[in-house]
Write a protein that binds this ligand. Structure first.
Ligand code: PRX
Length: 571
């Protein structure tokens, strides 16, 4: 679909003149917005929460509006400061120190956010996990990070294989539980008794803040390591791209298990001291529109898969709600279909602004600004202070309109600092001074970037990154499965769905019941979003002579495309 550019809406946008800013930009300018610029004392939890709690004009402003079907709660900056201080004291009492890894495995709730900031306040590294993770997914991440503490709810505890995690010393349970021993800590009991005062552990800008596990095409999920310095970029993009103003009511729909839910669900809004809406519970069009209506949300950050669901739910639903509070809407995670932008213009009377970035990049890199013309289908242009290009496999820049590797010149503030315990993997991202994203794209003659696809086998289903290797590994643990190859298959709503090709062990016969059993096996062992929606039984799985599964060939077969070079295919 070829669409005309959509001109910027007139208005008082924070970044009024993009080209000018880009030309003269210096990150030093952004640093002046932080109290550490004067005091030299760094901790992102201080900048996001305590700084506002110390401001008499802001301390009683709602920081967090928690809204779930069974619970509504508002915490002011002052209350969030005190709640996180109490939890920081609990952590300290139990021996958590700077640099320790403390993981969170629970749904979004006020306790989640208080714990999250408590972890940062003691100088520890937070590792948020999706609530949907099952045993294997939880084990892989806690094992690799050598986490010493986990915060979870009693009903999720059965997915934590405690006996297999020797480093895991303590488990904080948010909720009532029969479990009482040295190992278990009752969140409510201990925070209630803890002091509301806490001496923040001041850290260095380069000290660890977060570990986000994400999938590649090979191997287990890898721990993407972020440091406090990332706040510089979260602040800047919160200003220029999210266009946050002091009295905004902001809603980012992402779970903090995903980097969007931390960088832009926690840091950016609270660095700017705005009121942040956190929604619990499942997605329905009614509950989503209802959230905007009820809380008068002004700025909304979501993902194409959600927008597509809203599009397909039709116009009658939307008419039941008053969405006139909305001023600015953004999207991330997958290509934003021009059709969705058209829907946004009609249904919301607003442009939807696409933003491109990755877990590894820690913050937005290529975006559409409120003050810029949108070319529907394009991810936009790099933010000031960031140089993006299309490069060939040797890291040489390619001219406009030529497809290649989307790459970013090294040296932006929120860039990951390591892959946890895997320096080789970290190094492999870089060629010739460029961070190579793994996405293919091209840049047009006016500097707009256009996403084309992933260059590796990573699957993007409903915006979630799924590594085929992880799913294949789980599949072959099923007694019936001999071999497995997993691909992403295009799907109009989810972007891609997971399709598995398997061969069966002797004595098993392909039937619906068995295939369903295999699907459930992955779902309950790994996570719901990693479970294949389609499973096809084959006689063999194509492999290279060296034994690698040829996912590309499986995909070509599935899509009826030419199979290309098959010279490495084993006999
Ligand atoms: O392929 C790109 C896709 O999502 C990948 C990164 O996934 P993840 O680390 O889970 O982080 C997503 C949220 C920061 C990218 O390599 N992707 C992300 N944003 C876009 C996108 N694809 C197209 N358009 C986007 N705006």
């Amino acid at each position: 679909m070829d669409m005309q550019p959509i001109a910027a809406r007139p208005g008082n946008h924070n970044l009024a003149n993009y080209e000018e800013k880009r030309a003269s930009f210096d990150w030093e300018e952004v640093k002046k917005n932080f109290s550490w610029y004067e005091t030299g004392k760094v901790n992102v939890a201080y900048e996001t929460i305590d700084r506002h709690a110390e401001n008499p004009d802001k301390k009683n402003q709602p920081a967090l509006i928690y809204s779930a079907p069974d619970r509504e709660e508002v915490l002011t900056f002052d209350q969030l400061k005190k709640a996180s201080n109490q939890f920081a004291n609990v952590l300290k009492d139990h021996g958590i120190e700077k640099g320790d890894r403390v993981f969170l495995f629970m749904p979004r709730s006020p306790e989640f956010y208080a714990s999250f900031f408590g972890i940062l306040k003691v100088g520890a590294i937070a590792g948020p996990l999706f609530e949907a993770f099952m045993e294997q997914a939880v084990r892989d991440r806690l094992e690799d990070s050598e986490a010493t503490m986990l915060i979870t709810t009693p009903d999720l505890l059965y997915r934590v294989p405690e006996n297999e995690l020797p480093n895991l010393k303590k488990i904080v349970l948010v909720g009532d539980s029969e479990k009482i021993s040295e190992r278990y800590i009752n969140y409510y009991k201990e925070t209630e008794q803890a002091s509301e005062e806490f001496d923040i552990e001041w850290v260095d800008l380069e000290d660890g803040m977060l570990l986000h596990y994400t999938s590649g095409s090979t191997g287990k999920p890898k721990g993407v390591y972020h440091v406090h310095n990332a706040m510089i970029q979260h602040y800047a993009t919160g200003d220029w791209v999210i266009d946050l103003k002091e009295d905004d009511i902001y809603w980012c729909t992402a779970d903090p298990g995903w980097v969007t839910g931390t960088s832009y669900g926690i840091f950016a809004p609270w660095l700017h001291g705005v009121t942040n809406v956190i929604r619990g519970g499942r997605f329905t069009p009614e509950s989503w529109y209802g959230t905007i209506d009820k809380h008068n949300v002004t700025v909304w950050y979501s993902a194409p898969t959600a927008f597509r669901k809203l599009v397909s739910s039709g116009v009658d639903v939307i008419k039941q709600f008053d969405l006139s509070s909305l001023r600015h809407v953004m999207s991330v995670g997958e290509p934003l279909n021009p059709e969705v932008i058209t829907w946004g213009m009609k249904a919301l009377n607003l442009r939807i602004h696409d933003t491109w970035w990755m877990t590894e990049t820690g913050g937005m890199l290529i975006v559409n600004y409120p003050s810029m013309d949108i070319r529907p289908g394009s991810m936009g242009k790099p933010i000031p202070g960031v140089e993006a290009a299309i490069v060939d496999d040797q890291g040489n820049e390619l001219p406009p309109n030529q497809m290649g590797n989307l790459a970013i010149k090294q040296g932006w503030p929120s860039m990951m600092r390591a892959i946890w315990k895997n320096p080789g993997k970290y190094e492999s991202y870089f060629i010739n001074g460029w961070y190579v994203s793994g996405d293919s794209a091209y840049m047009d003659e006016d500097g707009y970037f256009w996403f084309q696809g992933r260059l590796d086998d990573v699957i993007n289903t409903s915006g979630e990154r799924v590594g085929p290797f992880e799913v294949e590994s789980k599949l072959i643990e099923h007694p019936a499965v001999a071999e497995a190859g997993v691909i992403g298959k295009p799907d109009p709503e989810r972007g891609e769905i997971i399709k598995a090709f398997i061969t069966l062990n002797d004595g098993y016969e392909a039937n619906d019941e068995l295939l369903e059993d295999i699907r459930v096996f992955v779902k309950t062992g790994l996570s719901a979003h990693a479970a294949p929606r389609e499973i096809e039984v084959k006689d063999t799985i194509p492999k290279t002579r060296s034994g690698k599964i040829m996912r590309r060939l499986l995909k070509s077969w599935e899509l009826g495309l030419p199979t290309g070079d098959t010279s490495t295919l084993e006999e």
